[in-house]
Design a protein around this ligand. Structure first.
Ligand code: HPA
Length: 271
C-alpha cells in the first residue's frame, strides 16, 4: 500500500515541482493550519491520496501541502487523523510513515492542548520535552516492520534534546514566551474530567491533548528528529472555573497563530 501512496505523491510532485525531496515535515494542529495557506507550492487533498483517510474535524482542512520555506523543502499536513475519529492507530500514523519514505529527516508536530500546569495561560506556546501515553493504544502494536525501525524502540530522547534547546533559544531571541513541559495524550473525544486532570498533574503532565503521541512514537521509531509544540488553548478541566468548548480552543489558537508561525518559520531556517 505505502508503495502506491509514495508513487502517487511523487508523481504529483514531479508534475508540479520537478526534483523535490521534502526534508522537514510539519503536522499542523487545530487552528494552526494557516502556515500551509501562506506557503503552498503544491496541495494534494487527502481524499485523492491512496491509503489516506479523510479528516473530519472542523478547523482541519485535510490536505498535504508542499512548499519551500526559508530555503528548506517542507511537507505539511494541514489537518491530521485522530484516534477519536474512529481511525485505527495504523491510519493515524500512516502519513508519518509516508513522510519518512518521502525523505523527511525532521518532524515538527503541533497541537492544540489543555493546560494542566496552573502557571499556563490560554494561547501560551509550549515546547514538548516528553510525553505520557494514556491513549490506551500504541501505533507500533502488531507485526513490526523492520524497514522502519526496531521492535522495542527506545523513547528516552523521543523529542530531540538539541532541537528542544534550539527552539528555546530561537523563542528567546524572538522574544516569544515559551513554556516547556510534558504532554499527556488521551484518546478523547470527551474532554477530561477534573479528577482526570488532577491525576494528570500528579503523574507529571503539563498539558493534555488528543493527538501527537502516536505520531511522535512513529517519528522516534523511524529515527526522525522530532520537535513538538503545543498551543495551550484552555485551562484543562478544573484548573480554572471555565467550562471547555471547541470554539474557545479555536479562538485561543487564533490568538497564538501569528506567534506560532513566526516561531516555526525561524526553527525551519535554523534546521
Ligand atoms: N483536553 C484535551 N484536548 C484538548 C484540550 C483539553 O483541555 N484543549 C485542546 N485540546
Amino acid at each position: 500500500m505505502i508503495t502506491s501512496t509514495i508513487e502517487f505523491i511523487n508523481s504529483k510532485i514531479k508534475e508540479t515541482l520537478g526534483e523535490y525531496i521534502p526534508e522537514i515535515g510539519i503536522i499542523l494542529g487545530s487552528g494552526l493550519g494557516e502556515l500551509a495557506d501562506e506557503y503552498c507550492d503544491l496541495a494534494i487533498p487527502y481524499s485523492e491520496i491512496p491509503g489516506f483517510e479523510t479528516s473530519t474535524v472542523s478547523g482541519h482542512k485535510g490536505r498535504l501541502v508542499f512548499a519551500k520555506i526559508n530555503g528548506k523543502n517542507v511537507v505539511m499536513m494541514q489537518g491530521r487523523f485522530h484516534y477519536y475519529e474512529g481511525h485505527s492507530m495504523q491510519k493515524v500514523v500512516y502519513p508519518v510513515k509516508v513522510m519518512k519514505k518521502l525523505g523527511v529527516k525532521t518532524l515538527i508536530v503541533t497541537n492544540a492542548a489543555g493546560g494542566v500546569n496552573p502557571a499556563f495561560n490560554p494561547s501560551d506556546l509550549m515546547i514538548i520535552t516528553d510525553h505520557i501515553n494514556l491513549m490506551g493504544a500504541n501505533p507500533l502494536m502488531g507485526e513490526n516492520d523492520d524497514s522502519f525501525g526496531e521492535r522495542f524502540p527506545d523513547m528516552t530522547e523521543a523529542y530531540t534534546p538539541e532541537l528542544v534547546e534550539l527552539t528555546k533559544k530561537i523563542a528567546s531571541k524572538l522574544s516569544i514566551d515559551l513554556q516547556e513541559g510534558v504532554y499527556l495524550g488521551m484518546s478523547g473525544p470527551s474532554y477530561e474530567t477534573p479528577a482526570e486532570i488532577r491525576m494528570a498533574r500528579a503523574i507529571g503532565a503539563d498539558a493534555v491533548g488528543m493527538s501527537t503521541v502516536p505520531e511522535a512514537i512513529v517519528a522516534s521509531w523511524t529515527k526522525m528528529k522530532l520537535i513538538g509544540i503545543s498551543c495551550i488553548c484552555n485551562s484543562a478541566a478544573g484548573v480554572s472555573s471555565a467550562v471547555l468548548s471547541h470554539e474557545d480552543v479555536i479562538h485561543a489558537a487564533n490568538i497564538a497563530k501569528d506567534r506560532f508561525k513566526i516561531l516555526v518559520k525561524e526553527i525551519i531556517r535554523n534546521l
